[in-house]
Design a protein around this ligand. Structure first.
Ligand SMILES: Nc1ncnc2c1ncn2[C@@H]1O[C@H](COP(=O)(O)OP(=O)(O)O)[C@@H](O)[C@H]1O
Ligand SMILES: [Mg+2]
Length: 407
């Protein structure tokens, strides 16, 4: 097993997630399309590869299209068709479409209107022409009829949707795209299944724009951190692969230091512990190694691993909600034990002195909800005196936030 920091893991490097894999795979196999939403870095892309591997074991084809870099509909289709081709889909419509997309992206760059799939495609047979939309229908009909089963994963879908919205603030393009995509999923579901992935927020994104109907055919699924025994077993497996020993007490100390055992954070901490052990023959890690490793992760050279949490906080939040989020996170990063909801509300009220208290309460509620779901904050059960409190879920992220925003 390799100690991988940031890239999706596959094969031997992928640890556990057995229940998640089986749950997702059986949901898909039974005939559902799935929407997997979870905070960044939880391990969605890695899990999608693992589910794909499971699908292949049952002789399904598997394609994974990362659409993060796609700016428009044609970019999306281009990525999708390339991946279908790599997955071994061989139907005549695919070759024709791939060729057309290359041509259209060159000719119509920036000129394509609202979700416009009515572009004319020369079918090559005689003088018959057809629209892009028809050709895509034909492609999926061919796939269905070929009898091959295929699982298509689309990674980072919300990023593409935001790009579509940016390109056309009236949202006509976004609506057209989502409606078209839903129609495609509903019409061809015999041998085709979709697994759509994104960081939490797509459901809120759709709700705010009254687009929920365009994703309501998807079975929602989520993914969390490892539970404690799995996290310990993972650290021990990493250690074993490097020929060192980490006893249970040391592993528990790691968990106490990081708070939230995402596989990614465990990989990061393990890497730091390991580099402290010196050249071979390496000694056993000590509690000091663990503490120093965790403290060290807040240094500037590690900012890049946490930057997306700060840089992408504004996604899905308007200016006022973003300011509310920053106000609360800035206060919480200095309070490991957390703050009560009323304390947080007062802080936000102070930032917006002329705003109505009811509006403040609503804004705090929405923002807390999002921060909780995106994995920033953990809501702690009401105590006898103080009511609900909120605290940073990941102690590493808390340290980083403090270093960047407050210190
Ligand atoms: N099952 C796993 N086994 C081992 N490491 C994992 C696993 N899942 C995620 N990771 C770690 O987390 C990092 C991020 O995983 P990734 O799948 O890219 O997450 P996401 O797509 O949710 O952002 C990986 O680089 C790896 O360090
Ligand atoms: Mg990912």
């Amino acid at each position: 097993m390799n100690n991988i920091l940031g890239q999706p893991v596959e094969g031997e490097d992928f640890f556990d997630r057995e229940n998640d894999t089986q749950r997702l795979w059986s949901t898909l196999e039974e005939g559902n399309h799935v929407l997997l939403l979870a905070p960044r870095r939880v391990g969605k892309t890695s899990l999608a590869h693992r589910v794909g591997q499971e699908a292949q074991r049952f002789h399904w084809r598997f394609a994974l299209a990362d659409v993060q870099g796609c700016r428009d509909e044609l970019g999306f289709l281009d990525r999708l068709f390339q991946e279908l081709k790599s997955a071994g889909v061989h139907v005549p419509a695919l070759a024709r479409l791939t060729e057309f997309i290359t041509y259209a992206r060159r000719e119509f760059r920036g000129k394509l209107g609202a979700g416009d799939f009515s572009l004319e495609v020369n079918s090559g047979e005689g003088h018959e022409t057809s629209t892009l939309e028809h050709q895509i229908e034909r492609l999926f009909r061919d796939i269905e009829q070929s009898g091959d089963k295929i699982l298509i994963a689309v990674d980072e879908l919300p990023v593409l949707l935001e790009a579509l919205e940016e390109a056309d603030p009236d949202q006509r393009r976004l609506h057209a795209f989502l409606n078209w995509f839903r129609g495609l999923r509903l019409r061809y579901r015999e041998n085709v299944r979709w697994l759509l992935l994104g960081s939490v927020g797509l459901d809120t994104f759709a709700e705010l724009r009254r687009l929920t109907a365009t994703i309501n055919d998807l079975q929602p699924e989520s993914l969390g951190a490892y539970d404690e025994p799995t996290a310990i077993a993972f650290l021990q497996a990493l250690a074993a692969s490097k020929g060192i020993e980490m006893d249970e007490a040391i592993c528990r100390l790691v968990l106490d230091q990081i708070g939230w055992p995402l596989p990614f954070f465990l990989q990061l901490v393990f890497h730091e512990i390991y580099t402290r052990l010196g050249p071979p023959p390496r000694r056993k890690p000590t509690p000091d190694d663990v503490k120093q490793a965790c403290e060290g992760l807040i240094a500037p050279q590690f900012y890049k691993h946490f930057e997306p949490w700060r840089g992408r906080l504004s996604e899905g939040l308007d200016v006022e909600h973003h300011k509310t989020a920053v106000t609360m996170l800035n206060a919480l990063c200095a309070k490991p034990a957390g703050l009560s909801r009323s304390q947080l509300t007062s802080l936000v009220q102070a930032k917006f002195p002329s705003k109505d208290p009811d509006d403040i309460a609503r804004m705090v509620a929405t923002t807390l909800g999002q921060l909780e779901r995106d994995g920033y904050l953990l809501k702690q059960a009401a105590t006898e005196d103080g009511g609900t409190t909120y605290a940073f879920r990941s102690f590493l992220l808390r340290g980083y936030w403090h270093a960047r925003e407050v210190a």
